[in-house]
Design a protein around this ligand. Structure first.
Ligand code: HEM
Ligand code: HEM
Ligand SMILES: [Fe+2]
Length: 491
């Protein structure tokens, strides 16, 4: 059948509703993960907006929903929706890649509900109980107090159990079906990802020791295991979207993984500069983390080169555009914005200022939000039975383009506003005032800082508008498409 034969002529209806019969078992589970991820993404943004408002009107919701709570929900929702996105993406490909049905699909479904139930309870406790006496009961049932992974201990244990089920499904399905280069890398990476979480599960009253291990989760997750995971996901998507050759994407993947682990593991040292660890970390952290942008450049070359070789012909334009946004976002947010403050001589001035928040926003959005959004588009296409999503989309595809524009401009705008605030803080508070308490306030009260906070809010609203448009687009794109998806052969 010709790729542009209308579905009408093949006897199918013109309108293509979401229909789970179009999905294999893993994909059915994946769309559950994706839907929940999208809801949590919107929640993340709402709590970010509340926290941003409180920077400008400190009394807003004071004592009802304090800044500390909003900020915590904002970044916890982020970590969780991204994990949902990654798990979804792996389940999405699992059956196709292994050639067989998932071995423990039922278990996988149970795990999804357990995880979602736990997340709901944790968020409700964050919002309704908020704080405790600061003893073991608090740690077990309310909040563990470590940024990004504040979830109480009972939930930690639940999360580990759910991750074990996920890992079992991945490893056992590939073992029973077939292995490939990508699935091998992925499986080893998941061992590391789950293992590192354990480093955030014990507690020490020595703040240096506590931070030392906490960074094993935070840094080693986002700069090593998550990067490798998105490398695998990108490799699969490029084969699927533009027909890139497996041999080529796999070779790239091996190079990227070697470079990422080579630089990212000891790059950990850039968080050990000022927490009371030995001085050799200044040299180790500075040197290795300065190398971290190299694999990110490789990823840009990889995707743009591959897409160029295939003349940017793709089965799913929005997904390909988001994959390319991912490689650039990863390079800019993590690579360039990270590099800017990673040498100890510079970090001495920028540490813990809005500079870090500027980098944090662009890196998490650029490296991870983008590639998960690409998957939402892949999923919608199949869920509708494989409709056309290449060139010449209905309504000229204005919704996905505007959503993409608003989201990227919004986040970039926030990033630049925060960078200006961070620059001002480093200059006034650190360089001029010598990091004194008075210097801190001089930095906070400077007009450049305050204007930057206003601009962050403006661009935050733009980001939010983009996310709402994204939801609308995902619910409608291809809904009344009569053409079948483009079939691209590997070449
Ligand atoms: C996708 C990958 C990355 C993500 C998601 C990410 C995210 C973040 C976040 C959220 C923080 C703030 C942590 C806190 O709360 O203290 C941070 C700190 C930092 N990041 Fe990254 N990062 C990534 C990659 C990189 C790379 C490749 C470099 C270096 C080339 C880098 C350099 C730094 C440095 C030096 C800090 C410490 C800032 C300070 O002293 O306050 N990051 N990163
Ligand atoms: C509506 C848009 C958003 C607004 C208004 C917003 C606002 C905020 C605010 C006020 C904070 C606390 C900063 C501080 O403590 O000084 C924060 C932290 C953070 N946000 Fe957002 N945010 C938004 C979107 C995002 C997005 C899209 C991401 C990533 C995908 C993100 C990731 C983060 C991270 C990683 C932190 C912690 C940074 C650090 O530790 O330095 N935010 N955000
Ligand atoms: Fe780091």
């Amino acid at each position: 059948m010709n790729a542009t034969t209308p579905l009408m002529e093949t006897g199918l209806a013109v309108c293509a509703p979401l229909n789970s019969d179009n999905l294999n078992g893993g994909q059915k589970l994946a769309v559950k993960y994706f839907s929940t991820a999208m809801i949590l993404f919107i929640a993340q943004l709402l709590f970010g907006l509340l926290a941003a408002l409180q920077f400008i009107w400190p009394n807003f919701l004071f004592d009802t929903l304090d800044f500390s709570v909003n900020r915590m929900v904002h970044i916890n929702a982020m970590v969780v929706w991204m994990l949902y996105g990654f798990i979804g993406a792996v389940y999405w490909f699992l059956e196709e890649e292994s050639g067989i049905e998932i071995v423990g699909l039922k278990l996988g479904n149970i795990a999804y509900w357990v995880l979602t139930g736990a997340v709901t309870i944790v968020v409700l406790v964050y919002l309704l109980v908020q704080t405790g006496p600061g003893n073991d009961t608090t740690r077990w049932f309310i909040n563990e107090g470590r940024e990004y992974i504040e979830a109480p201990r009972w939930a930690d244990i639940g999360i580990v159990a759910v991750m074990l089920v996920f890992f079992y499904n991945v490893a056992a399905t590939f073992s029973k079906g077939r292995w490939s280069g990508i699935s091998g890398v992925l499986t080893l990476d998941l061992v590391a990802l789950a293992g590192l979480y354990l480093a955030g599960m014990f507690y020490s009253t020595n703040i240096t020791v506590d931070q030392y291990w906490w960074w094993w989760v935070i840094h080693l997750w986002v700069e090593a295991t998550w990067e490798v995971l998105v490398g695998c996901i990108m490799a699969w998507s490029l084969m699927k979207l533009i027909g890139a050759r497996r041999q080529i994407v796999q070779t790239w993947l091996y190079i990227e993984v070697a470079l990422m682990f080579g630089s990212g593991i000891l790059g950990l040292g850039h968080h050990y500069f000022w927490i009371g660890t030995p001085e050799y970390w200044l040299t180790i952290g500075g040197f290795f983390s300065a190398l971290e942008p190299i694999p990110l450049v490789a990823m840009v070359v990889h995707s743009v080169y591959d897409a160029g070789v295939h003349k940017f012909r793709s089965t799913n334009h929005p997904a390909l555009a988001w994959i390319i946004a991912h490689t650039f976002g990863n390079f800019l947010g993590a690579g360039v914005w990270g590099f800017m403050h990673t040498l100890p001589q510079i970090n001495l001035y920028t540490h813990g200022t809005q500079w870090s928040a500027s980098h944090g926003h662009l890196a998490f959005f650029g490296a991870y939000a983008t590639i998960i959004i690409a998957f939402f588009y892949l999923a919608i296409q199949r869920w509708r039975g494989g409709v056309w999503m290449g060139e010449g989309l209905q309504d000229s595809g204005w919704k996905w383009k505007w959503a993409m524009g608003l989201l990227n401009l919004g986040v970039m705008g926030m990033t630049v506003a925060l960078l200006i605030a961070g620059y001002e803080q480093s200059f006034i508070e650190r360089a001029v005032e010598g990091s004194t308490w008075g210097g801190y306030f001089a930095g906070q009260n400077h007009p450049w800082f305050q204007q930057a906070m206003n601009w962050r809010l403006v661009f935050g609203v733009m980001t939010f508008a983009g996310a709402i448009l994204l939801v609308w687009d995902l619910l409608t794109i291809g809904a009344c498409e009569s053409r079948e998806e483009l079939v691209i052969e590997e070449h």
